[in-house]
Write a protein that binds this ligand. Structure first.
Ligand SMILES: [Zn+2]
Length: 337
């Protein structure tokens, strides 16, 4: 079993070099470097150096479109939405919903350019991180959905004669699922043409008001080389050990079944952010349970349990980081290492 961690918040190569050496020494095999719009615009050569440093340490590098277009997961802002406000999702109230519309035709050329930039760093993988429609929350307090002209047109293509304003729940869910699906299909195809492999991380089913995606269909695409999910039971409000086991069984279990069927490796994520001290025991117990699903890669979000990023740091990051490495490296049965 390979071990991965995400890494972000530092673009000073000599400090990155020390951290990558530390990751390798602790038994990590892969690193997910975030590659935000800001990184692509202002740190491109620096990122090339960071990728090389990581590879020289023996780490396989995946790049994450962190917050890009506000369509992928991550604590990064989007310049694209400022440059081209028409990209915004628009709710029925007229409110701009805080992320690009997945059906907007101007989004794709920008994402192609992002992939070109990613290919130029020398990384071998793209890690497509939680592609989503804007979540309910501060940017979308009314849990609105996009009803822009592009979404309306797409609805009438998918379900002729149906007006999005009067569509039923199932038709809307189908439209939104197609938006994510079609975007990912094109992005993985384009990435492959640039020599990049694609690892997909889809949100666990039924969370964050997202439409249902057909994992089996997506994982079987020619240009999807790894598939997984991030069953962060604490972040998603799972409180008891029984619920945790059930949550992992549904989401980790389903991802593993999907990967086995598609014949591709699985990557499952473990929450190493925002863990309160009182819940470290629960985290470790769940990490041991996750190990039993035997994914090809277990990945920790993120480096040193996010000690350096106050908004998402664990309460006792050093304790969390060491405990997870103990579970996945020191305690793991030989066959899993
Ligand atoms: Zn739209």
């Amino acid at each position: 079993m390979k071990l991965a961690a995400s890494y972000f918040g530092n673009r000073i190569p000599r400090h990155v070099a020390r951290d990558m050496a530390e990751l390798r020494a602790r038994g990590f095999d892969r690193v997910v470097h975030t590659f935000s719009e800001s990184d692509a615009a202002y740190y491109h050569k620096t990122m090339r150096e960071i990728v090389r440093i990581s590879q020289d340490c023996g780490l396989e590098v995946l790049l994450d479109p962190w917050g890009v277009g506000r369509v992928f997961g991550g604590e990064a802002y989007s310049q694209w939405l400022l440059e081209e406000p028409d990209l915004f999702q628009r709710g029925p109230s007229g409110r701009l919903l805080g992320g690009s519309c997945l059906n907007h035709p101007a989004l794709l050329p920008r994402l192609h350019a992002w992939i070109d930039a990613a290919a130029g760093t020398g990384a071998s993988w793209i890690f497509w991180d939680e592609p989503h429609w804007t979540f309910p929350g501060p940017l979308n307090p009314g849990s609105e959905i996009c009803v822009c002209d592009h979404c309306r047109r797409r609805m009438s293509e998918l379900t002729p004669g149906t007006d999005l304003a009067r569509a039923g729940r199932e038709e809307i869910a189908r439209l939104r699922a197609r938006g994510v699906r079609d975007l990912l299909e094109e992005l993985t195809r384009y990435a492959a043409a640039q020599g990049l492999r694609s690892s997909l991380c889809l949100l666990p089913h039924g969370l964050m008001d997202q439409p249902p995606l057909d994992w089996d269909e997506i994982a079987a695409w020619e240009h999807v080389h790894e598939f997984g999910t991030d069953p962060y039971w604490q972040a998603f409000g799972v409180a008891t050990p029984e619920e945790r086991r059930a949550f992992l069984k549904v989401h980790a279990g389903e991802a593993m079944r999907t990967c086995r069927q598609a014949g591709i490796p699985a990557m499952l994520w473990v929450q190493a952010f925002k863990i309160p001290a009182a819940r470290e025991e629960d985290l470790v117990a769940g990490a041991r349970e996750l190990l039993r699903y035997a994914p090809e890669t277990v990945a920790l979000w993120g480096f040193e349990a996010c000690a350096h990023m106050s908004a998402i740091a664990c309460e006792r990051p050093e304790s969390v980081w060491n405990a997870l490495i103990r579970v996945f490296r020191e305690e793991a049965p030989d066959g899993a290492r």
